[in-house]
Design a protein around this ligand. Structure first.
Ligand code: ZN
Length: 437
């Protein structure tokens, strides 16, 4: 049992958020009480200047790419073959994979991420190891074996039948009902044969599993996909294979025509917006406003390692910046020199997105909210700037954010202390994370 006092991030029905002073009580893996009252001296952690937020949820990231952040100057397809495939080949060595997964877990906890929708590599063993290690630490989420049976180096392609058997085995070992589960993850249309894409859809249906893949990230990619699939629009390719479902999370979705958008809306599929990755690879800027106006379900992801920010707070800020950049291209801006703030998300909306908004988008009933009965996935933040009485405290926090403010990350009731100056993540008993994993 533990009590934490501070300013609690509360979500509003209009998909925004605010702070209220109060005390959160957790018992075992759950939040058992949230009382909005002045903080007494008897709480275990926190004071009136502490910020308590639900753990952040990152709905699109690549675990084997954390060491590849910053390889600048290449468009997507070149970057994949020159930087990413060699990095992912390293995970065929299980000792290497294990040590890197450990570091990735440390980094997730250090920036307050408690929920993930992640890609591993095409290695089954490395994928299972990642699922196992994340589960031991207590994180919520899905990890998928990045399915590739064509158009990748030999060391990363898996023969179709074997690949399908492996994904099925992973689904049995880490079923979608678990806190850490397997997601069916065809890397993207070009990296799978039609047989693999069809089998992926079939497995997802049979196991009621989440599907993750990439969609319309760059113009060049769209052209190559269209050429490979007889001129078919990108969404239609996935649709024909049975992969456009309400459990599908499509990374990026920048270049889509109205019919494709309408199909995604009709299916209830999600587009995971990844603004840092899109600017880094020079891919383009997703039109968030347009997608929302059409009724697309949107989530937000870091897309590490094309995305260069591990912190979802900074990705939230990048979402705001991307929406402003989109405004600069508008006729209205050219005419008036002013942006329309109604079309730009606010910081309280961005806080909503990286917590409850992302949980809702990927249809998790657990996570993203500080409410009684929810799993205890929390981040305890100690800002070193005056923020509580600022004009918009949540905006001040988001724009002056410093990862060093993250003092404790609690996942499923397990308490991890984030050491200052790279001292590492420690358990409540002071053990290093190695003892837990
Ligand atoms: Zn990605």
């Amino acid at each position: 049992m533990a009590t934490i006092g501070g300013q609690i991030l509360c979500q509003a029905p209009d998909r925004s958020s605010s702070i209220r002073e109060g005390v959160v009580r957790i018992e075992d893996d759950r939040i058992v009480e949230v009382s909005f009252e002045a903080i007494s001296g008897s709480v275990d952690w926190g004071d009136a200047e502490t910020f308590i937020t639900p753990g952040f949820i990152d709905t699109h990231l690549h675990l084997p790419q954390f060491d590849s952040i910053g390889a600048f100057g290449m468009p997507l397809l070149d970057w994949l073959s020159e930087v990413i495939f060699p990095a992912e080949e390293n995970w065929n060595d299980m000792d290497y994979a294990r040590s890197m997964i450990a570091r990735v877990i440390d980094q997730c906890l250090s920036v307050g991420t408690t929920g993930i929708c992640a890609y591993a590599t095409s290695s089954y063993d490395a994928t299972i190891t990642a699922l196992d290690m994340f589960q031991r630490v207590g994180l919520r989420g899905v990890i998928g074996q990045a399915m590739m049976d064509r158009a990748a180096p030999m060391s990363l392609t898996v023969p179709t039948e074997q690949l399908i058997e492996q994904v099925e085995a992973a689904l049995q070992q880490f079923p979608p009902t678990g806190r850490m589960a397997t997601a069916v993850t065809p890397r993207f249309a070009l990296s799978c044969t039609e047989s693999a894409l069809l089998a992926a859809a079939d497995l997802a249906r049979r196991f009621d599993a989440m599907i993750q893949t990439h969609l319309a990230e760059t113009r060049r990619e769209c052209e190559v996909v269209s050429k490979h699939f007889d001129g078919m629009p990108y969404v239609d390719v996935y649709d024909k294979m049975g992969l456009v479902t309400e459990r599908s999370v499509f990374g990026h979705g920048i270049y889509l025509d109205d019919l494709s958008v309408a199909r995604l809306v009709q299916a209830g599929s999600v587009i995971a917006h990844c603004p840092t990755a899109n600017s880094f690879l020079g891919s383009g800027t997703m039109n968030r406003n347009d997608h929302l106006a059409h009724g697309v379900r949107l989530s937000l992801g870091s897309d590490v390692g094309a995305g260069f920010e591990r912190s979802m707070v900074r990705v939230g800020r990048a979402m705001i910046e991307a929406a402003i950049a989109k405004q600069f291209q508008s006729d209205a801006f050219r005419r008036t020199g002013m942006i329309d703030y109604a079309k730009v998300p606010t910081a309280p909306q961005a806080w909503y997105q990286i917590t409850a908004g992302n949980a809702e988008a990927v249809r998790w009933k657990d996570g993203g909210r500080i409410e009684v009965g929810q799993p205890a996935d929390l981040v305890i933040v100690q800002p070193d700037v005056p923020w509580r009485l600022a004009r918009c405290p949540l905006s001040t926090l988001m724009y002056s954010w410093d990862d060093r403010w993250v003092r404790h990350t609690i996942v499923n009731g397990r308490h991890y202390t984030i050491g200052p100056n790279g001292a590492g993540v420690r358990t409540e008993k002071g053990e290093s994370l190695g003892a837990v994993r």
